[in-house]
Design a protein around this ligand. Structure first.
Ligand SMILES: [Zn+2]
Length: 305
């Protein structure tokens, strides 16, 4: 557990026992919040970490989810039971999946195949425990401190970031990218909803917030927020363009897509250490990026037709 400026507590959910894959953040106050909560298989780790951070079962006020992918929301149902006064804050498009997780869980398990047991599912959350967050909503933490909801679609249509206005801290979920094992920031572009145009617009919004500090879910604070956002933008623009071009020239050819995307934005820097490569490949995230780009190109073609 790491304590950061502004009282932010960051801890590791130890996804599949691997350090530095998926982090969770706590914003302290009269009404403390946890931002994202990891997979269901990490629920015990997360509950224990919150207890170690001094948050008693009746204390946690908010479980804020940047988006409803299971590496961010899988433990939310278990947490809602362990912290019975907490309200789950989520984008309106995400809320139905928390009330009835069957389709989300089935789709995720279809994508991850034999890795699915390491991810787990999601326990349903009663609708009355959920607050659907509009863009600009405030989540009250203590007098003078709130988290502002900033919708940042792209990674998923329902992705949102959180701005700790008092401290100038942004929690960007997966909107900027992923920085693992000492590697460089590199985009996270999963199926089924990735949309590069929306992602780039969201990065402009995040840049406009001028964050003093920026946390990504995978993993931790970035050294220079403006530089990280700019890198995420250039990488996603290059990869999105390459995917569209490859789809025009060789539709449905995954090999051509991979060659084009890797040439447009070589992943070598992101993967330059064995630690980074281990984490990028443990859950097929590199392959999923290609699936996300391919899905986007196919969706755009259907919309043109
Ligand atoms: Zn993620």
């Amino acid at each position: 557990m790491d304590r950061h400026p502004g009282g932010i507590i960051q801890f590791d959910t130890l996804l599949a026992g691997i350090t530095g894959m998926t982090g969770v953040h706590v914003v302290p106050g009269d009404q403390p919040a946890v931002i994202d909560c990891g997979t269901q298989t990490s629920a015990v780790t997360v509950v224990d970490a919150l207890a170690a951070a001094g948050i008693a079962p009746d204390d946690l006020a908010w479980i804020v989810l940047t988006h409803v992918h299971l590496d961010h929301c899988g433990a939310a149902g278990d947490l809602a039971r362990a912290f019975p006064r907490a309200t789950v804050v989520v984008h309106p498009r995400g809320a139905p999946h928390l009330v009835d997780p069957a389709r989300l869980v089935a789709g995720t398990h279809a994508l991850f195949g034999r890795l699915s047991p390491a991810i787990g599912g999601l326990a349903a959350i009663p609708a009355e425990r959920i607050r659907e967050a509009a863009d600009g909503d405030l989540v009250a933490i203590s007098p003078g401190r709130a988290l502002r909801v900033v919708w940042t679609p792209g990674h998923a249509r329902h992705h949102m970031s959180l701005l700790d206005e008092a401290e100038g801290i942004v929690f960007a979920g997966d909107a900027v990218g992923v920085q693992l094992g000492g590697g460089e920031m590199y985009p996270s572009i999963p199926p089924p909803e990735y949309d590069v145009d929306a992602a780039l617009a969201s990065l402009d919004v995040l840049e406009g917030l001028r964050p003093a500090r920026l946390y990504v879910s995978h993993f931790g604070p970035v050294a220079d927020p403006a530089e990280a956002i700019d890198l995420g933008r250039r990488a996603q623009a290059a990869m999105g363009d390459a995917a569209r071009r490859a789809h025009r020239e060789a539709p449905g050819d995954p090999g051509a897509l991979q060659v084009a995307v890797d040439a447009a934005w070589p992943p070598a820097e992101a993967l330059r250490t064995p630690d980074a490569l281990l984490r990028w490949t443990a859950f097929n995230w590199l392959d999923n990026n290609l699936l996300g780009l391919q899905g986007m190109a196919e969706r755009e073609e259907r919309q043109r037709a």
